[in-house]
Design a protein around this ligand. Structure first.
Ligand SMILES: [Zn+2]
Length: 82
């Protein structure tokens, strides 16, 4: 089997991008912006979703996802300060 980025890795990288958005915007800020952008752009061109889709191809998020899958732990601080 060809080695590549697995579906689980991609999905997890996508969700991790949302986790960062959530942390940056706060719970209510995220919910407010998500709803506001959804009404304006729909899902396909939603800015927060477009950013999360980019994360599926981004080595930082993929590395973070792999570490979670490997260790079962979520410690982004270790990735930020190796
Ligand atoms: Zn998403």
């Amino acid at each position: 089997m060809k080695r590549g980025v697995g579906l689980t890795e991609k999905l997890l990288a996508h969700e991790l991008a949302h986790v960062l958005q959530w942390r940056l915007l706060g719970v209510f800020g995220f919910m407010y912006d998500y709803a506001r952008f959804f009404l304006r752009h729909g899902y396909a061109r939603h800015p927060l979703e477009m950013a999360a889709r980019l994360a599926e191809q981004d080595e930082y998020f993929l590395h973070w996802a792999r570490e979670i899958l490997r260790t079962g732990r979520n410690q982004p601080e270790e990735q930020l300060n190796p």
